[in-house]
Design a protein around this ligand. Sequence first.
Ligand code: ATP
Length: 482
Amino acid sequence: NENKLQDIIGHCKEYGFVFPSSEIYEGLGAVYDYGQNGVELKRNIRDYWWRSMTQMHDNIVGIDAAIFMHPTVWKASGHVDNFSDPMIDNKDSKKRYRVDHLIEGFAETLDAEKAKDLLARMDALLAADDFAGLKQLIETEKIKCGISGTANWTDVRQFNLMFATEFGAVASDDPDENKVYLRPETAQGIFVNFLNVQKSGRMKIPFGIAQTGKAFRNEIVARGFIFRMREFEQMEMQFFVRPGTQKQWYEYWKEQRMKWHLSLGISPDRYRFHDHVKLAHYADAACDIEYDFPMGFKEVEGVHSRTDFDLKSHQEYSRKKMQYFDADLDENGKAYGNYIPYVVETSIGLDRTVMMLLSEAYTIEDLSTEEKKDDRVVLKLPAFLAPVKLAVFPLTKKDGLPELADELMKECRPLFRCFYEEKDAIGKRYRRQDAIGTPFCVTVDHQSKEDGTVTIRHRDSMQQERVPMSEVKHIVMKSLQV
Ligand code: ATP
Protein backbone atom coordinates (compact mmCIF):
# COMPACT_ATOMS: atom_id res chain seq x y z
CA ASN A 1 0.00 0.00 0.00
CA GLU A 2 0.91 3.61 -0.66
CA ASN A 3 1.53 4.38 3.05
CA LYS A 4 4.07 1.63 3.46
CA LEU A 5 5.90 2.83 0.36
CA GLN A 6 6.00 6.40 1.70
CA ASP A 7 7.21 5.12 5.09
CA ILE A 8 10.02 3.18 3.43
CA ILE A 9 11.07 6.19 1.33
CA GLY A 10 11.16 8.36 4.46
CA HIS A 11 13.06 5.72 6.39
CA CYS A 12 15.63 5.33 3.61
CA LYS A 13 16.35 9.04 3.70
CA GLU A 14 16.45 9.32 7.48
CA TYR A 15 18.82 6.39 7.93
CA GLY A 16 21.22 6.92 5.04
CA PHE A 17 19.99 4.25 2.62
CA VAL A 18 18.71 6.21 -0.39
CA PHE A 19 18.62 9.95 -1.17
CA PRO A 20 17.07 11.71 -4.16
CA SER A 21 19.87 12.63 -6.58
CA SER A 22 21.05 16.26 -6.45
CA GLU A 23 18.53 16.85 -3.70
CA ILE A 24 19.66 20.42 -2.94
CA TYR A 25 18.54 21.26 -6.49
CA GLU A 26 15.11 19.62 -6.00
CA GLY A 27 16.34 16.26 -7.26
CA LEU A 28 16.41 14.69 -10.72
CA GLY A 29 13.48 12.54 -11.86
CA ALA A 30 13.88 8.86 -11.06
CA VAL A 31 17.57 9.16 -10.22
CA TYR A 32 18.72 8.25 -6.73
CA ASP A 33 21.91 8.15 -4.68
CA TYR A 34 22.75 5.45 -2.16
CA GLY A 35 23.88 6.64 1.24
CA GLN A 36 26.26 5.10 3.75
CA ASN A 37 23.97 2.21 4.67
CA GLY A 38 22.31 1.74 1.29
CA VAL A 39 25.65 1.32 -0.43
CA GLU A 40 26.62 -1.50 1.98
CA LEU A 41 23.29 -3.29 1.55
CA LYS A 42 23.51 -3.00 -2.22
CA ARG A 43 27.09 -4.25 -2.22
CA ASN A 44 26.23 -7.22 -0.04
CA ILE A 45 23.42 -8.22 -2.39
CA ARG A 46 25.67 -7.80 -5.42
CA ASP A 47 28.42 -9.86 -3.80
CA TYR A 48 25.98 -12.58 -2.84
CA TRP A 49 24.60 -12.76 -6.40
CA TRP A 50 28.13 -12.77 -7.83
CA ARG A 51 29.19 -15.58 -5.51
CA SER A 52 26.11 -17.67 -6.28
CA MET A 53 26.83 -17.33 -9.99
CA THR A 54 30.59 -17.44 -10.43
CA GLN A 55 31.81 -19.25 -7.32
CA MET A 56 29.01 -21.79 -6.94
CA HIS A 57 28.97 -22.74 -10.64
CA ASP A 58 32.23 -24.07 -12.09
CA ASN A 59 31.05 -23.23 -15.59
CA ILE A 60 30.16 -19.57 -15.03
CA VAL A 61 32.72 -16.77 -15.20
CA GLY A 62 32.30 -13.01 -14.86
CA ILE A 63 33.27 -10.00 -16.95
CA ASP A 64 33.03 -6.24 -16.63
CA ALA A 65 32.33 -4.68 -20.03
CA ALA A 66 32.32 -0.94 -20.68
CA ILE A 67 29.10 1.08 -20.56
CA PHE A 68 29.91 2.68 -23.92
CA MET A 69 29.70 0.29 -26.83
CA HIS A 70 30.02 0.59 -30.60
CA PRO A 71 26.77 2.13 -31.93
CA THR A 72 26.20 -0.83 -34.26
CA VAL A 73 25.76 -3.08 -31.21
CA TRP A 74 22.38 -1.44 -30.62
CA LYS A 75 21.37 -1.78 -34.26
CA ALA A 76 22.17 -5.50 -34.12
CA SER A 77 20.43 -6.04 -30.80
CA GLY A 78 17.26 -4.40 -32.08
CA HIS A 79 17.32 -1.58 -29.52
CA VAL A 80 17.59 1.25 -32.05
CA ASP A 81 14.48 0.06 -33.86
CA ASN A 82 12.45 -1.64 -31.13
CA PHE A 83 13.39 -0.39 -27.69
CA SER A 84 10.58 2.09 -27.29
CA ASP A 85 7.34 2.54 -25.41
CA PRO A 86 4.16 4.23 -26.74
CA MET A 87 3.71 7.62 -25.12
CA ILE A 88 0.87 10.14 -24.98
CA ASP A 89 0.66 13.59 -23.36
CA ASN A 90 -2.36 15.18 -21.79
CA LYS A 91 -2.18 18.80 -22.96
CA ASP A 92 -4.37 20.12 -20.13
CA SER A 93 -2.67 18.51 -17.18
CA LYS A 94 0.74 18.51 -18.94
CA LYS A 95 1.11 14.94 -17.79
CA ARG A 96 2.84 12.27 -19.83
CA TYR A 97 1.72 8.66 -19.88
CA ARG A 98 2.94 5.32 -21.15
CA VAL A 99 0.00 3.97 -23.11
CA ASP A 100 0.45 0.42 -21.87
CA HIS A 101 0.50 1.69 -18.26
CA LEU A 102 -2.63 3.70 -19.01
CA ILE A 103 -4.26 0.46 -20.00
CA GLU A 104 -3.19 -1.22 -16.78
CA GLY A 105 -4.23 1.75 -14.66
CA PHE A 106 -7.58 1.97 -16.39
CA ALA A 107 -8.22 -1.71 -15.89
CA GLU A 108 -8.16 -1.25 -12.13
CA THR A 109 -11.14 1.13 -12.19
CA LEU A 110 -13.43 -1.01 -14.35
CA ASP A 111 -15.34 -4.22 -13.95
CA ALA A 112 -13.28 -7.18 -15.08
CA GLU A 113 -15.15 -8.00 -18.32
CA LYS A 114 -15.14 -4.46 -19.67
CA ALA A 115 -11.49 -4.03 -18.72
CA LYS A 116 -10.50 -7.24 -20.48
CA ASP A 117 -12.31 -6.23 -23.63
CA LEU A 118 -10.75 -2.78 -23.64
CA LEU A 119 -7.31 -4.12 -22.90
CA ALA A 120 -7.57 -6.52 -25.82
CA ARG A 121 -8.66 -3.71 -28.15
CA MET A 122 -5.84 -1.45 -27.01
CA ASP A 123 -3.33 -4.26 -27.28
CA ALA A 124 -4.40 -5.00 -30.84
CA LEU A 125 -4.11 -1.34 -31.84
CA LEU A 126 -0.69 -1.16 -30.21
CA ALA A 127 0.47 -4.28 -32.02
CA ALA A 128 -0.69 -2.81 -35.34
CA ASP A 129 1.08 0.52 -34.62
CA ASP A 130 -2.33 2.14 -35.07
CA PHE A 131 -1.60 5.19 -32.93
CA ALA A 132 -4.47 7.26 -34.30
CA GLY A 133 -6.85 4.45 -33.36
CA LEU A 134 -5.35 4.30 -29.88
CA LYS A 135 -5.79 7.99 -29.34
CA GLN A 136 -9.38 7.72 -30.53
CA LEU A 137 -10.07 4.89 -28.12
CA ILE A 138 -8.54 6.78 -25.20
CA GLU A 139 -10.79 9.75 -26.07
CA THR A 140 -14.06 7.93 -26.73
CA GLU A 141 -13.74 5.70 -23.69
CA LYS A 142 -12.82 8.78 -21.66
CA ILE A 143 -9.98 7.09 -19.91
CA LYS A 144 -9.52 8.92 -16.67
CA CYS A 145 -6.06 10.06 -15.79
CA GLY A 146 -6.53 12.26 -12.80
CA ILE A 147 -8.29 15.06 -14.66
CA SER A 148 -11.95 15.75 -15.15
CA GLY A 149 -13.80 16.80 -18.28
CA THR A 150 -12.82 16.02 -21.84
CA ALA A 151 -9.14 15.40 -22.12
CA ASN A 152 -7.03 17.11 -24.69
CA TRP A 153 -4.53 14.50 -25.85
CA THR A 154 -1.54 14.69 -28.14
CA ASP A 155 -0.96 11.95 -30.68
CA VAL A 156 0.45 8.67 -29.49
CA ARG A 157 4.09 8.27 -30.47
CA GLN A 158 6.83 5.74 -29.95
CA PHE A 159 9.53 6.96 -27.63
CA ASN A 160 12.95 5.30 -27.71
CA LEU A 161 14.24 4.68 -24.19
CA MET A 162 17.95 4.86 -24.95
CA PHE A 163 20.01 7.82 -23.79
CA ALA A 164 22.49 9.07 -26.39
CA THR A 165 25.55 11.24 -26.00
CA GLU A 166 28.38 12.51 -28.15
CA PHE A 167 31.58 10.55 -28.36
CA GLY A 168 35.02 12.04 -28.97
CA ALA A 169 35.93 15.60 -29.80
CA VAL A 170 35.75 15.49 -33.58
CA ALA A 171 33.28 17.94 -35.04
CA SER A 172 30.91 16.58 -37.60
CA ASP A 173 28.04 17.93 -39.69
CA ASP A 174 26.16 14.70 -39.24
CA PRO A 175 24.77 14.72 -35.67
CA ASP A 176 24.48 10.95 -35.74
CA GLU A 177 28.08 10.29 -36.63
CA ASN A 178 29.47 10.75 -33.11
CA LYS A 179 26.44 9.39 -31.36
CA VAL A 180 26.89 6.66 -28.78
CA TYR A 181 24.31 5.23 -26.42
CA LEU A 182 24.48 4.60 -22.72
CA ARG A 183 23.77 0.86 -22.55
CA PRO A 184 20.12 0.08 -21.72
CA GLU A 185 21.07 -3.45 -20.58
CA THR A 186 24.32 -5.15 -19.66
CA ALA A 187 23.62 -8.27 -21.74
CA GLN A 188 25.11 -6.97 -24.99
CA GLY A 189 28.54 -6.56 -23.36
CA ILE A 190 28.43 -10.30 -22.76
CA PHE A 191 27.29 -11.22 -26.29
CA VAL A 192 30.04 -9.23 -28.00
CA ASN A 193 32.63 -10.85 -25.71
CA PHE A 194 31.26 -14.35 -26.10
CA LEU A 195 34.18 -15.65 -28.17
CA ASN A 196 36.84 -13.72 -26.22
CA VAL A 197 35.77 -15.44 -23.03
CA GLN A 198 35.09 -18.82 -24.60
CA LYS A 199 38.53 -18.96 -26.25
CA SER A 200 40.64 -17.37 -23.50
CA GLY A 201 38.91 -19.43 -20.81
CA ARG A 202 38.66 -22.60 -22.95
CA MET A 203 35.02 -22.75 -21.93
CA LYS A 204 32.94 -25.74 -22.97
CA ILE A 205 29.24 -25.48 -23.64
CA PRO A 206 27.10 -25.26 -21.58
CA PHE A 207 28.71 -22.28 -19.83
CA GLY A 208 27.69 -18.90 -18.55
CA ILE A 209 29.03 -15.35 -18.37
CA ALA A 210 27.89 -13.08 -15.55
CA GLN A 211 28.06 -9.32 -15.24
CA THR A 212 26.82 -6.59 -12.94
CA GLY A 213 26.73 -2.93 -13.85
CA LYS A 214 24.86 0.24 -14.61
CA ALA A 215 22.19 0.46 -17.29
CA PHE A 216 20.27 3.52 -18.42
CA ARG A 217 16.71 3.90 -19.68
CA ASN A 218 14.87 7.12 -20.31
CA GLU A 219 11.69 5.78 -18.73
CA ILE A 220 8.64 7.80 -19.78
CA VAL A 221 7.01 7.75 -16.40
CA ALA A 222 9.20 6.84 -13.49
CA ARG A 223 7.32 5.92 -10.37
CA GLY A 224 7.76 3.73 -7.36
CA PHE A 225 10.99 5.02 -5.81
CA ILE A 226 13.97 2.82 -6.79
CA PHE A 227 11.64 0.35 -8.54
CA ARG A 228 11.83 2.24 -11.83
CA MET A 229 14.88 4.45 -12.29
CA ARG A 230 16.53 6.11 -15.24
CA GLU A 231 19.97 5.00 -14.07
CA PHE A 232 20.01 1.60 -12.40
CA GLU A 233 22.08 -1.50 -11.95
CA GLN A 234 21.51 -4.93 -13.43
CA MET A 235 22.94 -8.33 -12.56
CA GLU A 236 22.75 -10.52 -15.64
CA MET A 237 23.97 -13.95 -16.61
CA GLN A 238 23.91 -15.34 -20.14
CA PHE A 239 24.07 -19.11 -20.31
CA PHE A 240 25.22 -20.54 -23.66
CA VAL A 241 23.74 -23.89 -24.59
CA ARG A 242 23.50 -26.37 -27.45
CA PRO A 243 20.53 -25.61 -29.76
CA GLY A 244 17.58 -27.79 -28.84
CA THR A 245 18.47 -27.92 -25.13
CA GLN A 246 17.28 -24.38 -24.33
CA LYS A 247 13.89 -25.39 -22.91
CA GLN A 248 15.49 -27.67 -20.37
CA TRP A 249 18.04 -25.00 -19.33
CA TYR A 250 15.28 -22.43 -19.16
CA GLU A 251 13.43 -24.63 -16.63
CA TYR A 252 16.68 -25.22 -14.76
CA TRP A 253 17.39 -21.50 -14.40
CA LYS A 254 13.82 -20.69 -13.42
CA GLU A 255 14.17 -23.11 -10.53
CA GLN A 256 17.70 -22.00 -9.59
CA ARG A 257 16.73 -18.36 -9.48
CA MET A 258 13.66 -18.98 -7.35
CA LYS A 259 15.86 -20.95 -4.94
CA TRP A 260 18.18 -17.95 -4.75
CA HIS A 261 15.27 -15.69 -3.87
CA LEU A 262 14.06 -18.04 -1.17
CA SER A 263 17.59 -18.20 0.25
CA LEU A 264 17.16 -14.52 1.14
CA GLY A 265 14.79 -15.73 3.82
CA ILE A 266 11.67 -14.55 1.97
CA SER A 267 8.70 -16.88 2.07
CA PRO A 268 7.44 -18.51 -1.17
CA ASP A 269 3.99 -16.89 -0.98
CA ARG A 270 5.62 -13.49 -1.49
CA TYR A 271 6.70 -14.62 -4.98
CA ARG A 272 5.05 -15.79 -8.14
CA PHE A 273 6.09 -16.59 -11.70
CA HIS A 274 4.49 -14.66 -14.49
CA ASP A 275 4.89 -16.44 -17.82
CA HIS A 276 5.00 -14.14 -20.82
CA VAL A 277 2.32 -14.83 -23.40
CA LYS A 278 3.45 -12.10 -25.74
CA LEU A 279 7.14 -12.77 -26.36
CA ALA A 280 9.84 -10.25 -27.26
CA HIS A 281 11.30 -10.50 -30.76
CA TYR A 282 14.30 -12.48 -29.53
CA ALA A 283 12.63 -14.97 -27.16
CA ASP A 284 11.08 -18.44 -27.41
CA ALA A 285 10.10 -18.55 -23.72
CA ALA A 286 10.18 -15.95 -20.97
CA CYS A 287 8.90 -15.35 -17.48
CA ASP A 288 9.19 -12.82 -14.70
CA ILE A 289 9.79 -13.57 -11.07
CA GLU A 290 7.40 -11.22 -9.32
CA TYR A 291 7.57 -10.11 -5.69
CA ASP A 292 4.69 -8.70 -3.69
CA PHE A 293 5.93 -5.09 -3.36
CA PRO A 294 3.91 -2.47 -1.41
CA MET A 295 2.42 -1.60 -4.85
CA GLY A 296 1.46 -5.24 -5.47
CA PHE A 297 3.11 -8.08 -7.39
CA LYS A 298 5.74 -6.66 -9.77
CA GLU A 299 8.71 -7.97 -11.72
CA VAL A 300 12.02 -8.16 -9.92
CA GLU A 301 13.78 -10.57 -12.28
CA GLY A 302 13.35 -11.98 -15.77
CA VAL A 303 14.36 -15.41 -17.06
CA HIS A 304 14.46 -15.44 -20.84
CA SER A 305 15.21 -18.05 -23.46
CA ARG A 306 16.75 -15.71 -26.06
CA THR A 307 17.41 -18.32 -28.78
CA ASP A 308 20.43 -17.53 -31.00
CA PHE A 309 18.96 -14.14 -31.88
CA ASP A 310 21.69 -11.93 -30.42
CA LEU A 311 24.78 -13.89 -31.49
CA LYS A 312 23.34 -14.45 -34.94
CA SER A 313 22.53 -10.81 -35.35
CA HIS A 314 26.03 -9.77 -34.17
CA GLN A 315 27.51 -12.23 -36.64
CA GLU A 316 25.49 -10.62 -39.40
CA TYR A 317 26.33 -7.02 -38.49
CA SER A 318 29.99 -7.53 -37.55
CA ARG A 319 30.71 -10.20 -40.18
CA LYS A 320 32.66 -12.06 -37.51
CA LYS A 321 31.86 -15.71 -36.91
CA MET A 322 30.04 -16.24 -33.63
CA GLN A 323 30.27 -20.01 -33.85
CA TYR A 324 31.35 -22.56 -31.33
CA PHE A 325 32.90 -25.91 -32.18
CA ASP A 326 31.31 -28.70 -30.16
CA ALA A 327 33.50 -31.82 -30.18
CA ASP A 328 31.02 -33.86 -28.15
CA LEU A 329 29.37 -36.72 -29.98
CA ASP A 330 25.64 -36.97 -30.69
CA GLU A 331 23.65 -40.21 -30.44
CA ASN A 332 24.97 -41.29 -33.85
CA GLY A 333 28.56 -40.90 -32.74
CA LYS A 334 29.06 -37.76 -34.82
CA ALA A 335 30.53 -34.54 -33.40
CA TYR A 336 27.95 -31.79 -32.98
CA GLY A 337 30.42 -29.54 -34.82
CA ASN A 338 29.97 -25.81 -35.46
CA TYR A 339 26.92 -23.90 -34.37
CA ILE A 340 25.78 -20.59 -32.92
CA PRO A 341 24.80 -21.32 -29.32
CA TYR A 342 21.39 -20.63 -27.87
CA VAL A 343 21.15 -18.44 -24.79
CA VAL A 344 19.13 -18.60 -21.61
CA GLU A 345 19.50 -15.45 -19.52
CA THR A 346 18.67 -14.44 -16.00
CA SER A 347 18.35 -10.71 -15.51
CA ILE A 348 17.71 -9.10 -12.15
CA GLY A 349 17.63 -5.45 -11.15
CA LEU A 350 19.92 -4.73 -8.20
CA ASP A 351 17.96 -1.66 -7.11
CA ARG A 352 14.69 -3.55 -7.33
CA THR A 353 16.25 -6.25 -5.18
CA VAL A 354 17.27 -3.60 -2.63
CA MET A 355 13.68 -2.35 -2.67
CA MET A 356 12.34 -5.89 -2.33
CA LEU A 357 14.57 -6.56 0.70
CA LEU A 358 13.66 -3.25 2.31
CA SER A 359 9.93 -3.90 1.77
CA GLU A 360 10.31 -7.34 3.26
CA ALA A 361 12.46 -6.22 6.20
CA TYR A 362 10.69 -3.00 7.19
CA THR A 363 8.67 -3.73 10.31
CA ILE A 364 6.93 -1.57 12.85
CA GLU A 365 6.41 -3.30 16.18
CA ASP A 366 4.07 -2.06 18.84
CA LEU A 367 5.92 -2.34 22.15
CA SER A 368 3.47 -0.16 24.09
CA THR A 369 2.94 -0.85 27.75
CA GLU A 370 0.18 0.49 29.98
CA GLU A 371 2.38 3.41 31.00
CA LYS A 372 3.95 4.24 27.68
CA LYS A 373 3.15 4.15 23.97
CA ASP A 374 6.09 2.81 22.02
CA ASP A 375 6.74 1.77 18.42
CA ARG A 376 9.91 0.10 17.28
CA VAL A 377 11.00 0.36 13.63
CA VAL A 378 13.26 -2.54 12.77
CA LEU A 379 14.76 -3.73 9.50
CA LYS A 380 14.70 -7.51 9.72
CA LEU A 381 17.35 -8.01 7.05
CA PRO A 382 19.17 -11.34 6.81
CA ALA A 383 22.37 -10.87 8.82
CA PHE A 384 24.63 -11.55 5.82
CA LEU A 385 23.09 -8.61 3.95
CA ALA A 386 22.86 -6.11 6.82
CA PRO A 387 25.01 -2.96 6.35
CA VAL A 388 26.47 -3.29 9.85
CA LYS A 389 26.83 -6.67 11.56
CA LEU A 390 27.82 -5.64 15.05
CA ALA A 391 27.44 -2.46 17.10
CA VAL A 392 29.66 -2.05 20.15
CA PHE A 393 28.55 0.19 23.01
CA PRO A 394 30.47 1.01 26.17
CA LEU A 395 27.83 1.61 28.84
CA THR A 396 29.56 4.83 29.95
CA LYS A 397 32.33 7.01 28.61
CA LYS A 398 34.57 6.42 31.62
CA ASP A 399 36.02 3.74 33.91
CA GLY A 400 37.99 2.16 31.09
CA LEU A 401 34.85 0.90 29.30
CA PRO A 402 35.60 2.64 25.96
CA GLU A 403 39.07 1.07 26.01
CA LEU A 404 37.62 -2.38 26.56
CA ALA A 405 35.01 -1.82 23.84
CA ASP A 406 37.81 -0.73 21.55
CA GLU A 407 39.55 -4.04 22.12
CA LEU A 408 36.43 -5.82 20.86
CA MET A 409 36.29 -3.48 17.87
CA LYS A 410 39.93 -4.30 17.03
CA GLU A 411 39.17 -8.00 17.20
CA CYS A 412 36.04 -7.88 15.04
CA ARG A 413 36.72 -5.08 12.55
CA PRO A 414 38.84 -7.20 10.19
CA LEU A 415 36.12 -9.87 10.04
CA PHE A 416 32.94 -7.89 9.39
CA ARG A 417 31.58 -4.36 9.47
CA CYS A 418 31.28 -2.95 13.00
CA PHE A 419 29.98 0.30 14.43
CA TYR A 420 31.07 1.97 17.65
CA GLU A 421 28.99 4.43 19.65
CA GLU A 422 29.26 5.85 23.14
CA LYS A 423 26.66 8.67 23.06
CA ASP A 424 23.08 8.50 24.40
CA ALA A 425 21.23 5.97 26.51
CA ILE A 426 21.72 2.31 25.57
CA GLY A 427 18.02 1.93 24.65
CA LYS A 428 18.29 4.76 22.13
CA ARG A 429 21.46 3.29 20.65
CA TYR A 430 19.72 -0.08 20.25
CA ARG A 431 16.83 1.51 18.40
CA ARG A 432 19.11 3.31 15.94
CA GLN A 433 20.75 -0.01 15.10
CA ASP A 434 17.34 -1.72 14.76
CA ALA A 435 16.43 0.93 12.19
CA ILE A 436 19.38 0.03 9.96
CA GLY A 437 19.06 -3.71 10.53
CA THR A 438 22.15 -4.44 12.66
CA PRO A 439 21.67 -8.02 13.86
CA PHE A 440 23.80 -7.74 17.03
CA CYS A 441 24.58 -5.07 19.60
CA VAL A 442 27.09 -5.62 22.37
CA THR A 443 27.22 -3.58 25.56
CA VAL A 444 30.42 -3.42 27.56
CA ASP A 445 29.77 -2.62 31.22
CA HIS A 446 31.51 -2.70 34.59
CA GLN A 447 31.04 -6.42 34.99
CA SER A 448 32.89 -6.88 31.69
CA LYS A 449 36.01 -5.50 33.34
CA GLU A 450 35.74 -8.01 36.13
CA ASP A 451 34.81 -11.24 34.36
CA GLY A 452 35.37 -10.53 30.65
CA THR A 453 31.72 -11.04 29.70
CA VAL A 454 29.48 -8.68 27.72
CA THR A 455 25.77 -8.40 26.95
CA ILE A 456 24.84 -9.35 23.39
CA ARG A 457 21.42 -8.25 22.18
CA HIS A 458 19.64 -9.95 19.29
CA ARG A 459 17.82 -7.57 16.93
CA ASP A 460 14.65 -9.53 16.17
CA SER A 461 13.89 -11.07 19.56
CA MET A 462 15.49 -8.21 21.55
CA GLN A 463 16.74 -10.98 23.85
CA GLN A 464 19.92 -10.23 25.72
CA GLU A 465 22.43 -12.73 26.98
CA ARG A 466 25.71 -12.56 28.78
CA VAL A 467 28.60 -14.15 26.88
CA PRO A 468 32.40 -14.10 27.12
CA MET A 469 33.73 -11.21 25.03
CA SER A 470 35.91 -13.66 23.12
CA GLU A 471 32.75 -15.46 21.95
CA VAL A 472 31.23 -12.42 20.23
CA LYS A 473 33.06 -12.76 16.93
CA HIS A 474 32.10 -16.44 16.66
CA ILE A 475 28.43 -15.69 17.28
CA VAL A 476 28.41 -13.02 14.58
CA MET A 477 30.42 -15.08 12.09
CA LYS A 478 28.07 -18.01 12.55
CA SER A 479 25.05 -15.84 11.73
CA LEU A 480 26.63 -14.70 8.46
CA GLN A 481 26.65 -18.15 6.89
CA VAL A 482 24.03 -18.61 4.17
P1 ATP B 1 9.68 -3.35 -16.77
O1 ATP B 1 8.64 -4.15 -17.52
O2 ATP B 1 9.40 -3.25 -15.29
O3 ATP B 1 10.03 -2.05 -17.42
P2 ATP B 1 11.58 -4.88 -18.20
O4 ATP B 1 10.79 -6.09 -18.50
O5 ATP B 1 11.79 -3.84 -19.21
O6 ATP B 1 11.02 -4.21 -16.85
P3 ATP B 1 14.09 -6.16 -18.37
O7 ATP B 1 14.46 -5.46 -19.62
O8 ATP B 1 13.73 -7.60 -18.43
O9 ATP B 1 12.97 -5.33 -17.61
O10 ATP B 1 15.27 -5.94 -17.32
C1 ATP B 1 15.63 -6.91 -16.36
C2 ATP B 1 15.54 -6.38 -14.95
O11 ATP B 1 16.15 -5.10 -14.83
C3 ATP B 1 14.11 -6.17 -14.47
O12 ATP B 1 13.56 -7.36 -13.98
C4 ATP B 1 14.29 -5.15 -13.39
O13 ATP B 1 14.61 -5.77 -12.16
C5 ATP B 1 15.47 -4.33 -13.86
N1 ATP B 1 15.01 -3.05 -14.42
C6 ATP B 1 14.58 -2.83 -15.68
N2 ATP B 1 14.25 -1.54 -15.84
C7 ATP B 1 14.50 -0.92 -14.66
C8 ATP B 1 14.39 0.42 -14.19
N3 ATP B 1 13.97 1.39 -14.99
N4 ATP B 1 14.74 0.69 -12.92
C9 ATP B 1 15.18 -0.29 -12.10
N5 ATP B 1 15.32 -1.56 -12.49
C10 ATP B 1 15.00 -1.89 -13.75
